[in-house]
Design a protein around this ligand. Structure first.
Ligand SMILES: Nc1nc2c(ncn2[C@@H]2O[C@H](COP(=O)(O)OP(=O)(O)OP(=O)(O)O)[C@@H](O)[C@H]2O)c(=O)[nH]1
Ligand SMILES: [Mg+2]
Length: 407
């Protein structure tokens, strides 16, 4: 059975900050976008893509046959799953706004994009206000606190009974915690890391204090659900100061200047053939000036001046790629069956690409491709060097390889 699932990225943030605009810009899906709080209630799910140079170019092949995603001019677009949920406001854990039930919608996410209104043009409750009136640092902190409280509640749920059952059943605490939290899509290695960082490896679960539980939960959240900040509405001049302050307040976190509305507008114009625009790039060209209405011309000028010339790009594609490649540290690997043609058994060239953690061994990756593969793994072969890859060896980004298993 194939086990590969693309990473799931959750879009979270205060209400009315541009989460659905970002989602729509990335997935091309049409969703409700309005300048008022709580427009989104039910989650939106869709597929976004991260870009890599396709190995078919390096191997001087004329093209490839992706089973999922696509390849344009040697750039491979690799699928990732995206989910947009209802917005949060401060006090959500006490039921304010829509409460934090919707965090449950997104609990399986591998990582988050925290969308912040960097221009400060929405108040605490998500109502429109003058730009610069609201502190984006405070907004980000409030949402992070809400997520922390939500996570802690799930970790601590029924803890005493759980701890007792682990002890009386002489169960392995790591396995038991891992199973208890399976709904949060946490990896076993995250539990191991959090126990060790919290200094709780040898403390009996029944002796944990509230403080122990909180410390463990906070560390587990940090290691299992990494995030970046998408500093949205970067087109509004006030955002410049907001972005500077966000970077200062969250030094270890990637803060990506984003204009989701600009990206959405450029993609729409490109779809209508009014402009040529490659997502992620720093400019566009106008196809026929006289086909554009005055309003359209003004909008494009606004985007060029306030987004592309100022920040280099809309930041939308960059936000996802920063999260997938820099924060999650995923690499792209291409399993094939025929090392000569770089194809599967039917002759499809480079049909599959998987995004996997760079800390995975060749055998681990084999297990992701197919359960049987891990059990019967003998060795792998690198298509470029033709060298053998042992079961404990790591793979590298862009590797094309064949797994050899026992019959
Ligand atoms: N100026 C500017 N406005 C934006 C940008 N992105 C989104 N907006 C506007 O912000 C408002 C809210 O956008 P949504 O995408 O509906 O926000 P949301 O976070 O999904 O809101 P809820 O679902 O209600 O929580 C809309 O009026 C958007 O047009 C941006 O980059 N710049
Ligand atoms: Mg929304």
């Amino acid at each position: 059975m194939a086990n590969y699932k693309p990473p799931l990225i959750g879009i979270v943030g205060k209400t009315n900050v541009g989460k659905s605009t970002l989602f729509s810009a990335l997935t091309q899906a049409q969703v409700s976008i309005e300048n008022r709080p709580f427009t989104t209630i039910e989650p939106n799910t869709g597929v976004a893509y991260v870009r890599k140079r396709c190995p078919h170019t390096e191997f001087r092949l004329p093209g490839c046959d992706p089973r999922t995603g696509y390849c344009i001019n040697g750039t491979r677009f690799i699928p990732v799953n995206l989910m947009d949920v209802a917005g949060l406001i401060k006090g959500a854990h006490e039921g304010r706004g829509l409460g934090n039930k919707f965090m449950d919608d997104i609990r399986q996410a591998d990582a988050f994009i925290l969308v912040v209104d960097a221009s400060g043009s929405t108040d605490e409750e998500g109502n429109p206000i003058d730009p610069g009136s609201r502190d984006p640092v405070q907004e980000a902190q409030e949402i992070l606190d809400e997520i922390k409280l939500w996570f802690e509640k799930i970790v601590a749920r029924d803890w005493e009974r759980f701890a007792m059952s682990v002890e009386t059943g002489r169960k392995d605490p790591v396995d038991a915690i891992y199973n208890k939290l399976s709904g949060l899509s946490i990896k076993r290695r995250h539990v191991v890391e959090a126990l060790s960082s919290a200094g709780l490896v040898s403390k009996k679960l029944t002796s944990w204090t509230r403080d122990d539980l909180r410390r463990f939960s906070n560390i587990l959240l940090k290691v299992s659900k990494p995030f970046i900040i998408a500093a949205n509405k970067a087109d509004i001049p006030y955002a410049e100061e907001g972005i500077r302050r966000l970077r200062e307040a969250f030094p270890g976190v990637h803060v990506v200047p984003v204009s989701a509305a600009a990206e959405l507008a450029l993609k729409k114009a490109s779809k209508q053939n009014l402009i040529n625009y490659i997502p992620g790039s720093g400019d566009f060209t106008i196809n026929e000036q006289n086909k554009l209405s005055v309003t359209q011309q003004k909008a494009l000028e606004y985007i060029r001046k306030n987004v592309l010339d100022k920040w280099g790009n809309t930041g939308v594609q960059q936000a996802v790629e920063t999260l997938v490649f820099d924060v999650l540290g995923l690499i792209s690997v291409y399993p094939v069956e025929d090392l000569g043609k770089l194809s599967d058994s039917k002759g499809n060239v480079l049909p599959d690409v998987y995004l996997v953690p760079k800390s995975m061994t060749a055998r681990d990756v084999a297990g992701i491709i197919h359960t049987d593969f891990a059990k019967r793994f003998l060795y792998a072969v690198d298509a470029k060097s033709k060298k053998r890859i042992g079961e404990d060896d790591l793979l590298y980004d862009g590797i094309v390889f064949k797994i050899v298993s026992s019959k």
